[in-house]
Design a protein around this ligand. Structure first.
Ligand SMILES: [Zn+2]
Length: 400
């Protein structure tokens, strides 16, 4: 049994935090949330096998869910094409260390939007079976894009043929993919290409969506904007990844369709995203694009659209996304839910993940300070418990 004692707890259910923040973990589950008047203090009757973690000055929260990442790349650095081109053993080793960096920063679940060599599925199994310490992985397997698309270094199925998309989706599902990932639009990496250039239309998305939906799975698309928005939603798209350049009309459509948006701000807007080389020539263009992306995210928040957040492989940096949300007008409480309760619901896992209540899986973190007062506290992780096991514990003296 593990007992956590902190100043407060944000359980993801109540509108205000519980004080003090006390939590009991038994096995891989949350066993209870002792209140102020029950089991207060270091109980003299504490079971002999109970470990008590006293974390004064800290806030306890549900483990974070990074809704968009990849193990094969690290977008804190550039040259993604070279990153995915390394030999398979190196690719796998990088993936293991990156997911552990995410875990230490409080991300107890990663949704992986396309990785090569099947390492997302391989590592998902290794983590689930307890052979490797890491966050829970939700994996798309092989991502699918047009051979004409300049972006999408992580994709491994290149086709323009809806029948081939159908077969690739079926093969991914057969291998155990949790969802299907396609690239509808281009990216921002090539200055010669308008990032809202779309290569997939309704028929392409529908081919993937039919397969996915038949299997009870979802289809997600890398989609920055452009004509592909209406087409993809018409084809049955469930999740728009990034959506940086969605217009007001696009946002109307998204709102009506009920599709989910994954906001990934830091990879384009900083401070740690360096996937796109800011050369003197490229810098001003990227600045302009970042400004547009921030404006779109601000509108998503102001309209109250359904959204979650992801880092897009800024490993260990999910706290930056929450800081961006607050900068763009979100409340700290809702920003925290965008990385806990909301993605858990989007994954259909709200009964076990994303909130703190007895019986839930014990994916629990503690951060130093009060994130409702200062959202950057989310970056000062002191404790990470993953499925009831202490995965990371940092003494208070040591500053990150
Ligand atoms: Zn991505």
């Amino acid at each position: 049994m593990i007992r956590i004692e902190a100043d407060q707890m944000i359980d993801g259910l109540a509108e205000s935090p519980r004080r003090p923040g006390r939590l009991l973990i038994q096995g891989e589950r949350i066993a209870g949330l002792p209140g102020e008047h029950s089991e207060a203090g270091p109980a003299p009757s504490a079971p002999r096998d109970q470990v008590t973690l006293a974390l004064p000055g800290c806030t306890v929260l549900a483990g974070l869910i990074d809704f968009h990442s990849h193990l094969g790349i690290d977008t804190r650095r550039a040259r993604l094409g070279a990153q995915v081109g390394v030999p398979e053993p190196e690719y796998t080793a990088h993936g293991i260390s990156r997911m552990q960096e995410d875990l230490r920063a409080g991300a107890t679940t990663l949704r992986l939007c396309g990785d090569r060599h099947g390492i997302d599925l391989l590592l998902r199994r290794a983590v689930d079976e307890g052979r490797v310490v890491g966050p829970r992985l939700i994996a798309a397997g092989r991502a699918i894009r047009s051979p004409r698309c300049a972006g999408g270094a992580v994709a491994s199925v290149l086709t323009d043929d809806p029948d081939e998309i159908d077969r690739a989706a079926a093969a991914n599902l057969e291998d155990g993919a949790d969802f299907i990932k396609v690239f509808v639009s281009d990216g921002v990496g090539d200055p010669a290409v308008e990032p809202t250039t779309c290569y997939y239309g309704e028929a392409h998305v529908a081919a993937a969506a039919r397969r996915a939906h038949d299997a009870g799975r979802r289809v997600a698309a890398h989609l920055l904007g452009g004509p592909g928005v209406a087409a993809a939603l018409g084809g049955g798209l469930d999740v728009i990844e990034h959506g940086w350049f969605l217009t007001d009309q696009d946002l109307d459509l998204v709102g009506r369709s009920g599709a989910l948006l994954t906001l990934t701000t830091g990879v384009l807007c900083g401070p740690r995203g360096h996937a796109f080389e800011r050369t003197p020539e490229a810098g001003p263009r990227l600045e302009r694009l970042a400004g547009r992306a921030l404006e779109t995210a601000r509108k998503v928040i102001a309209r109250g659209l359904r959204y979650v957040v992801g880092t897009d492989a800024l490993h260990g940096c999910l706290a930056d996304e929450l800081a961006w949300l607050v900068t763009l007008g979100e409340t700290p409480m809702r920003a925290i839910r965008a990385a806990t309760a909301w993605p858990a619901r989007a994954l259909g896992m709200e009964a076990t993940l994303g909130t703190l209540a007895p019986g839930r899986i014990a994916d629990v973190i503690a951060v130093e300070g009060d994130p409702l007062d200062d959202i950057t506290a989310m970056g000062r992780v002191r404790l990470v418990v993953s499925r009831g096991r202490i995965a990371y514990l940092r003494p208070s003296e040591e500053r990150q």
